[in-house]
Design a protein around this ligand. Sequence first.
Ligand code: PMP
Length: 455
Amino acid sequence: MAYSPNSPEARDIAYHMHSYTDARRHEETGSIVLERGDGVHVVDIHGNRYIEAMAGLWSVALGFSEQRLADAAARQMAKLPFAHTFSYKSNGPVIDLAEKLIGLAPVPMSKVFFTNSGSEANDTILKLLWYRSNAMGQPQRKKIISRMRGYHGVTIASASLTGLVNNHRSFDLPIAGVLHTGSPHHWKDAGPDETEEAFATRRADELEAMILAEGPETIMAFIGEPVMGAGGVVVPPATYWEKIQAVLAKYDILLIADEVICGFGRTGNMFGSQTYDLRPDIMTMSKQLSSSYMPISAFMINEKVYEPIADESHKIGVLGHGFTAAGHPVAAAVALENLKIIEERDLVAHAREVGAHLLGRLKALESHSLIGEVRGVGLIAAVELVTDKAAKTALETPGALGGMVNTGMQTRGVITRNMLDAIAFCPPLIVSEKEVDQIVDTLEATLDDTAAKIG
Ligand code: PMP
């Protein structure tokens, strides 16, 4: 595409290397350059308006123009723009936020540790659990189990936890000690006549077999998203979490619930752990914590996790870990205001209601020739595209069909995201029923058009 030399697109190509992008393709096509936001909409520098049906990266709960968050940031900037949490220092907003999160926790939690991204949070969890195993005199207990299709971030440790090929290939990952068990995607991974319950039993049996093969005394923790996000919006099959948790309890393995996407209302409850009755020892949070207006992440740990870590730090004289910007007062002030608004406006109940409408409308499209599966819970959903419903296959190149539909949606003014041939829907929690209808109407038009194109 030819951009004039000084255009933002041309300068973006000249100077900016992007995340999650094919760099050579970016040199050719450039990017959509966004300028402003308004409710669930974003507007680019040419005035094109889009419904952001992915809430940015599953994260902008309150939409793109919440003045109260901007005001909260400005107030805190003017008062105390920076403070850290090293060496016995703290600040008001971070204390308030830690207390608030412990109060919201669906199971008894003891402490909150702050970080700046989901990846950093999960990376820190892994590191602190190694520290804890050493503190407990169990240096052999260092392995962690995650799942194929799981997403936990991109740092060396958290990318290792992630169970997606493109996060490992050419990066020399995963690191040793990170094991991947099977994904909970019934539609994709179950046998032809396997019920959800039978599939869940099989996954729990496979987990137990892995633990026994590795040696239960070497396994420290299991990490999972209550509902998988970036792996394709995978809703767990019936009885899955109950059976997985029974295995973990049997071998005294800690459960980490990665609530980075699910947290703060996405699944129709404050946490995904509530929707699926998880009883985690650790919970990772980010994204909707601040509606992503400021970078912030955190994790909560229970007493059982905290105590040995605290003892070890006392023995050594310091917990040798922490990030300069973690517990940032401006990010914490924005997160507090964000949580206040979610509660005041009862956006968790709203997500449940408007989410049921979204899922109902998508389910009504399930008979479309290009749809293989519709799945979702609360206000997060996906449609799996196929060209052959019985064989559950799409075009020859994985992701080609998904890419076509995703681009078609964008051309019609709706931003979605395709994870291979799954199109995800994760609009801001404030989305209205009418806006949901616009999103689904656009999908329907795009599917019809795509079906006609590919014959
Ligand atoms: N965990 C989950 C469940 C996520 O969805 C993500 C981001 N999509 C992360 C961790 C990593 O977060 P970040 O991109 O902030 O590092």
